[in-house]
Design a protein. Structure first.
Length: 139
């Protein structure tokens, strides 16, 4: 498998397992076999089995930690996005109100009809009062 096909996450997950395997198992086996001119892999596998189990547990724990960190980071980003969104909506609201006020002031004041004094009902009232006075004064 070429290195270009491994993702960064895969390499991070395999690192705690592969590096101790190479440094504590493969290199000592190679050195011992070169020294003794024989291949004695079984001796090293038994010694490094506990170390490999520990590293697998650490890898699982680090994945859980990464998951918790990703969740907290996501919550923080959502909170920041919400805050920025509210700020943006507030700015849009202010600009909209400002533009509406400018447009309303450019229209000017509406013309108000001048109220006239209504003379007709006053004349009718005076005629009625006058008729009543004439009738009362005749008696």
């Amino acid at each position: 498998m070429s290195r270009n096909r491994l993702s960064r996450q895969t390499m991070r997950a395999l690192g705690p397992v592969v590096i101790p395997l190479v440094t504590r198992v493969a290199i000592p086996i190679a050195l011992e076999s070169l020294r003794k001119k024989k291949f004695a892999a079984d001796d090293y596998v038994g010694e490094s089995e506990d170390t490999l189990k520990e590293n697998l547990k650490k890898t699982r724990a680090s994945v859980d930690d990464l998951k918790d960190e990703a969740v907290s980071r996501g919550r923080r980003l959502v909170g920041e996005a919400r805050k920025e969104g509210m700020d943006f909506a507030d700015i849009l609201l202010r600009k909209g109100v400002q533009i509406a006020n400018e447009w309303a002031s450019s229209l000017g004041e509406p013309q108000v009809k001048r109220r006239r004094f209504r003379l007709g009902p006053v004349v009718a009232l005076l005629a009625l009062v006058g008729t009543g006075l004439v009738l009362v004064s005749r008696r």
